[in-house]
Design a protein around this ligand. Structure first.
Ligand SMILES: Cc1cc2nc3c(=O)[nH]c(=O)nc-3n(C[C@H](O)[C@H](O)[C@H](O)COP(=O)(O)OP(=O)(O)OC[C@H]3O[C@@H](n4cnc5c(N)ncnc54)[C@H](O)[C@@H]3O)c2cc1C
Length: 340
């Protein structure tokens, strides 16, 4: 089923048995249908509905590719500061919110949850529900729209989303610092956490990627100061291109997101062997895993989400929060949407 309007989505939900929403499938571990499920393809539900650059807000249909929105925002010197991963591969706004994914710039600006203003979605009974609003000053009621971030489509089919946006920094610069050992890299990261950086990533075993943004007049001096503080670091030529490549997350065979914190990195490093990257000051690691490595994470009880690769259970541990399950029962009493 490939609806082209909100009404068609409502109709499709009412007619359906079990449904798996797919916008195009940049995160196939989440969007590929399991046995007995029908695919609800949202790629036809696309387009920006409202954009007010002077208000720093926009509203778009959920199947709109992130890259399309970013091109529009960029023409007005603005961007989505949570830097959604897989944008160039075709990730949509709906899929990004449902999977709750942010990229490296989350470090400075915050994640998807901090930028979503509101959502309209079709629940398991085919009802159209609005949560949040379309403007920044909208403080009324519980922030239900934020609950949709990371919901994996379990509460309903998001059809329309509103976001706030930020100005893109007038100029940016990136430093690369290759250190000898992980301990050294973590010690430098610890010191850098207090600074006003756009991004602070660790590429194991011990390379730091640090990005600054700001006014062109002050940036060279800030870069020099950062080099002095770090005890080195080379300026990366293609700053913009580098970060675009970084958010492609071209790791496999299983692409997995693991929540992290700086002190937990040594333990995770003892478990991970493939290509990987700790983003946003060590807040999360995106890693390429072999299936048996993933089984080890499960056996050790390490929470994670599989984005790519064929697995029956991408979310570990499975959803068990009583509040979450209660909301699920209220919105989807017939269990039309998968829990993960
Ligand atoms: C290499 C490549 C190039 C592409 N180029 C283009 C292009 O140029 N133009 C173009 O239009 N398309 C393109 N596509 C298609 C594109 O992938 C899809 O349009 C879409 O962007 C991908 O969806 P997603 O990755 O955001 O989410 P998915 O992987 O489809 O889904 C992720 C998760 O979110 C859930 N979900 C997704 N949407 C919703 C929603 N609205 N409500 C509730 N739950 C939801 C899913 O069930 C799943 O749990 C391309 C795809 C690829 C792989």
């Amino acid at each position: 089923m490939r609806p082209r309007s909100v009404e068609e989505v409502q109709e499709a939900v009412r007619q359906a048995g079990r449904l798996r929403v797919q916008a195009g499938g940049t995160k196939p571990a989440l969007s590929a249908p399991r046995e007995g499920e029908e695919v609800l393809d949202l790629s036809g539900l696309r387009g920006v509905l409202e954009y007010a650059p002077e208000e720093f807000v926009f509203t778009a249909l959920a199947g709109t590719p992130v890259a399309e929105v970013e091109a529009l925002l960029r023409a007005h010197g603005q961007h989505l500061p949570f830097h959604p991963p897989l944008a160039h591969e075709g990730a949509t706004l709906g899929g990004t919110v449902a999977a709750g994914l942010s990229g490296p710039l989350r470090h400075r600006f915050g994640g998807v949850r901090d930028f979503i203003l509101g959502v309209r979605f079709v629940d398991g009974e085919g009802r159209l529900v609005r949560a949040g609003g379309k403007v920044v000053k909208n403080a009324a009621g519980f922030g239900f729209h934020r609950l949709m971030v990371g919901s994996l489509g379990a509460f309903g089919v998001m059809v329309e989303l509103s976001f706030k946006v930020f100005p893109y920094p007038r100029s940016t610069a990136t430093l690369r610092l290759a250190l000898g050992r992980l301990e050294e890299a973590l010690e430098r990261m610890e010191r850098l956490l207090a600074l006003d950086l756009m991004a602070l990533d660790l590429e194991p075993p011990a390379t730091l990627w640090v990005r600054l943004g700001g006014l062109p007049e002050s940036l060279p001096l800030r870069v020099e100061r950062l080099q002095a503080l770090l005890g080195g670091g080379e300026v990366v030529e293609e700053d913009e291109a580098y970060w675009e490549e970084a958010r492609r997350l071209a790791y496999g065979p299983l692409l997995v997101k693991i929540p992290a914190k700086l002190p937990e990195i040594p333990r995770l490093e003892a478990l991970l062997a493939g290509p990987r990257r700790y983003i946003a000051g060590g807040e999360a690691v995106y890693a390429g895993l072999e299936p048996e490595e993933r089984e080890r994470l499960k056996a050790l009880g390490v929470p994670h989400l599989v984005l790519k690769g064929e697995v029956p259970d991408p979310l570990f541990p499975p959803p068990q929060d009583p509040f979450f399950l209660k909301v699920k029962r209220a919105l989807d009493p017939r269990g039309r949407f998968p829990l993960s």
